[in-house]
Design a protein around this ligand. Sequence first.
Ligand code: TNX
Length: 501
Amino acid sequence: MVLPHPLPLVPAPVSAVAREGRMPITATTRVLGSSPATAQLIAAVERRTGIRLSVVDEAPAEIELIVDPNSSAPEGYTLEVGDRAIIVGADEAGLFYGVQTLLQLLRQDDSGWALLGADVADSPRFARRGVMLDVARHFFGVADVKKFIDSTSALKLNHLHLHLSDDQGWRVHIDSWPLLTERAAATSANGDPGGFYTKDDYREIVAYAASRHMVVIPEIDLPGHTHAIGVAYPELVEAPVLNDNLIADSARLGQPLPVAGETYLGWGVGHSSVRIHEERTYDFVRDVVRELVEMTPGPYIHIGGDESLGTPQADFDLFAERATAIVVEAGKTPVAWHEMGSAANIAEGTVGQYWGKTTPEGTHAEEAAHFVERGGALIMSAADVTYLDMKYSPDFPLGLTWAAIIDVRAAYEWEPTAVLDVPDSAILGVEAPLWSETTRTYRDVEQLVFPRAAAQAEVAWSPQEGPERVWESFRVRLGTLAPLWKAEGVEFHAAAEIPWS
Ligand code: TNX
């Protein structure tokens, strides 16, 4: 049953029932709680309303934040808003998500600011709810990444995949190979300015993400997408492979072809490869992985593996096996784009990231299934629904079109367990990637990411059979996020099919 007026919540909770009445929020409203979520709630209410709530350390208080491990499933929470508002999180993450839900209930009417009355019980469908930011094609600094974390964690997304290297640039400092950032980080695609994260920058991003309950997954893309490595260390890479597609695409886009040892400013793919039969390549991989592991508390290191058209298949498979084994030896779980599933002996437990379409083509489904055969699992990033860099409509000024034109409804209406022929338990969750070939500014990023990241957040969080997990409900609830996004300065695309309030 679709309620005529569902509570204005995205992603839809497991259960959410409106109560009569509203709870006023005023300068005398007190908050009880000692979790970081308490300060985050107070700061967000002040940004939105200008009202500064006070914190008290004993009852009574109008808003209470409690952690009780027995209250819900991990990351879950309950929220009641009546005369008082009480959030009980199963853990700190659950409390943080309860706060995000509470912030969506905040409304201004004739008598001032108030919370809509509600009874909510909630926990996520998938443990893994991710978003990817490509900082290699265009570099985005620490402040932008923090804003990205704020606005995606508010949608209850909990993994941030950073695509830290590609043909156009290398974006994180590595002490043992210092020329990567010295020589191969200054520019972005189109010759736009580049940049890189110092180790302290990277640690700052990781800590900030953790404070919003997001796990950072660093990706070094190998063995293809490695032209920039050759700008710093020519001995690690093969000469560029100029295939017919690359030549045709570069001509069409008016972009230069890659030249060995020179910064690459185009967008073509599949022309670069590290040297597979040189031991020095594996010394490099081992050093980079070790330094990333030292500053990455999360369990994953992403080793890339996509579109390595410049690497012969047997070499690619050999590399996939060795690189994933290096990550395991370093104590982390490898993640790889699904192509690496072609390698018979890919390290056991490697997580595959499927970026084929919702109707798989070619060998994609087979490659993805191999991760499961090897005791691993899958993250679903089906390109024709989750790719945040696809255009909303043919005339949208930003984005690409190769996977699909993805309007908000297309982004929303898909089922992650229905794409591949693997057990449902092998699907860890969903990740929505933002590739940055066409996003020259952070504002451009926000235009493509919002509102579609909210669609993927609901696909990943809300129960598959839930009464509100339908387009007609979603579009109405999504529209109610506009004041929140405006208050936070999120420059979302006001897609015409959504009734924005
Ligand atoms: C394919 S999908 C890529 C990226 C591009 C993207 C553009 C995947 C794993 N690789 O190199 O940036 O298309 O949409």
